[in-house]
Design a binder for this molecule. Structure first.
Ligand code: FES
Length: 177
């Protein structure tokens, strides 16, 4: 009759297992402290979701060539999430303000950050452009570049009208602090 019992564990096999276990434990212990830096946990209370913003002028009363500025609510602290971007801006970046504008009949909602290096743009009511005070970039009201150094258009925000024309609802983030 054949012997079906397992072969005895030799000293060499035991030492091999022991070394493998030790190396695994050391690797895990060495990598674990680095993981929070590679994939940081979101701050406590941080949550993505729609942010309702009050406008100084109802959206259905915006005249062509007009724009109104809005800020991210601060109670609780929130930010808007850029839907796209180029230069200093990118999809997923945060913005703390924006503009809603009507240009040639179309409504646009942009993040306030200049695509050059991120300074907040301002509305030039005379020329009907968005101007950046930092290095002089200018943008058409449809967000495209009129004058550099910015090489990319303004970033859009994803939005919809709120329950009344005085509000819009923008994709954003409650910051949790
Ligand atoms: S940051 Fe706007 S032009 Fe440089």
């Amino acid at each position: 009759m054949a012997d079906t019992s397992s072969p005895p564990v030799t000293r060499r096999t035991f030492l091999g297992w022991w070394m493998a276990s030790l190396l695994t434990a050391l690797t895990v212990a060495g990598i674990a402290p680095i993981l929070p830096f590679l994939w940081p946990a979101p701050p406590k209370g941080q949550k993505k979701g729609p942010v309702t913003v009050g406008l100084t002028k109802p959206i259905d009363q915006l005249a062509d060539g007009e724009a109104v500025k809005f800020d991210a609510p601060t109670s609780p602290n929130t930010a808007f999430i850029m839907a796209d971007g180029g230069g200093d801006n990118a999809a997923g970046d945060l913005a703390f303000g924006g503009f809603v504008t009507k240009d040639k009949g179309a409504l646009h909602v942009f993040a306030i950050n200049c695509s050059h290096l991120g300074c907040p743009i301002g509305l030039n009511t005379t020329d009907k452009t968005f101007d950046c005070p930092c290095h002089g970039s200018r943008f058409h009201l449809d967000g495209t570049v009129l004058h550099g150094p910015a090489a990319y258009p303004l970033s859009h925000l994803t939005w919809k009208q709120g329950t009344d024309p005085n509000t819009i609802v923008v994709d954003g983030l409650t910051l949790g602090f």
